[in-house]
Design a protein around this ligand. Structure first.
Ligand SMILES: [Mg+2]
Length: 191
């Protein structure tokens, strides 16, 4: 029986998607990477697809990964980015509810143990992925700017992150140019 806090414990915690060891995940038999959009792949509501992100996606695809955006943001925002990036997507996903994760796995004919969830939020991305038995990777949010609802959640997230730190979670170093962050910074400053 997993402990109460385990439900929010990510399998990995890295600064950004670029720090994810795609080769290792592939060797471990993972085939599908579900990505949160806002503050995981790009800043909140930013429609641009940076070249470094395109390169990361291409590298993953060359290894044999399929990618799918799973976002709680609205359809038009997500589909615009999806079109720009060429990635399939599920918008208004209502994470952490399992339905969108399950739909994505169905779409790509992937089992939970073959599937990775990458996101910047504990209560939606990590919790939802853990609930479905996926390999979960928490990243530092790209930018401070967020939806007001997310800002509220960050306060509780900060509390849970501290509990997880007591259970061995190590915060990654922020990268050069990466913006300051509320919850994670607080966690790191105390470690
Ligand atoms: Mg996010």
């Amino acid at each position: 029986m997993p402990s109460f806090w385990e439900r929010w414990m990510p399998d990995e915690y890295v600064a950004s998607v670029h720090d994810i060891d795609l080769d290792r995940l592939h060797r471990q038999g993972r085939r599908l990477i579900l990505c949160d959009l806002d503050n995981t792949l790009v800043p909140w509501n930013d429609p641009q697809v940076p070249e470094a992100l395109r390169a990361w996606i291409r590298r993953g695809q060359a290894l044999g990964f399929s990618f799918c955006i799973v976002s709680n943001n609205r359809g038009p925002r997500v589909s615009r980015f999806a079109k720009e990036s060429g990635l399939p997507h599920i918008a208004a996903a209502r994470k952490p509810k399992p339905a969108a994760f399950q739909e994505a796995m169905r779409r790509f004919d992937a089992r939970p143990e073959e599937t990775v969830m990458v996101g910047d939020q504990l209560f939606t991305d990590v919790r939802g992925g853990n609930r479905c038995g996926l390999h979960t990777i928490l990243v530092l949010p790209i930018h401070r700017r967020e939806w007001w609802g997310t800002k509220v959640l960050r306060i509780a997230e900060r509390f849970v992150l501290n509990r997880l730190r007591g259970r061995g979670l190590r915060a990654p170093e922020r990268q050069a140019g990466q913006a300051e962050r509320s919850g994670q910074d607080w966690l790191r400053d105390r470690s």
